[in-house]
Design a protein around this ligand. Sequence first.
Ligand SMILES: NC(=O)c1ccc[n+]([C@@H]2O[C@H](COP(=O)([O-])OP(=O)(O)OC[C@H]3O[C@@H](n4cnc5c(N)ncnc54)[C@H](OP(=O)(O)O)[C@@H]3O)[C@@H](O)[C@H]2O)c1
Length: 244
Amino acid sequence: MRKFGLIGYPLSHSFSQKYFTEKFQRLGITDCRYELYPIEDIAGVKALLQDPELCGLNVTIPYKQLVIPYLGGMNDVVREIKACNCIKIANGIAMGYNTDVAGFRESLVRKLQPFHNRALILGTGGASKAVEYVLRKLHIEYKYVSRKGGEGVLSYAEVDEEVIYSHTLIINTTPLGMYPKVDECPPLPYEAIDARHYLFDLVYNPARTLFLRSGEQRGAAVENGYDMLIGQAEESWRIWNRAD
Ligand SMILES: NC(=O)c1ccc[n+]([C@@H]2O[C@H](COP(=O)([O-])OP(=O)(O)OC[C@H]3O[C@@H](n4cnc5c(N)ncnc54)[C@H](OP(=O)(O)O)[C@@H]3O)[C@@H](O)[C@H]2O)c1
């Protein structure tokens, strides 16, 4: 049996387990299983990695950074953004990857236009680092917007109509608007949004957050986090199954 799974805490519901279990059933893959590993302390990953049947793990909140010292190696993306959400175990070595990067990039570029060349990244948490990495690779200028403000970072109060006007790509990496708090959205002057804008929300439940609806009403292109979620899962599967 080839075992895969998800580490995090708490793990109440899991998109990944449902996704991979259905994938294995659909494709008639009978020698693979995807389990949940709700470990209360990251030190628990050490024993888990000794399981000779374990081939791969996904990593979620709160362990994307904390898992790094337990890895035997990591790719350049993990080294740079200091966040790992995918581990491949081969020949006794646990290698770290970040598949949010590939998932976000694939999804973002579908509606990206040449004039989407200046971006605002809302929120400064774990997922924002994957977003920042992709924007840098795509040579898109960006500014962070944070409740905390800080050096080179905008506060929400500083994001006025002029800032919105000059930043045509706006990416929400905060949990604002996520189910069940669907009435929330990042505090922005939405009236400055027009058809040149592209609003991307990492939240995927609901499919149309208040943030996305506020952009869509003004003619902006919008995308939610669902394709990114599928993209990161499929990228994990590719990594676990390739020869290296
Ligand atoms: N679609 C996907 O595949 C995918 C992948 C990863 C994550 N996500 C989603 O992306 C979101 C962020 O994930 P994460 O791992 O980066 O979480 P995180 O580490 O907790 O960071 C979220 C950031 O959002 C800001 N924030 C939090 N609460 C806020 C509030 N009440 N008002 C305004 N800003 C707030 C904070 O930044 P400041 O303190 O700087 O304001 C915080 O650092 C979650 O909803 C998650 O489900 C989706």
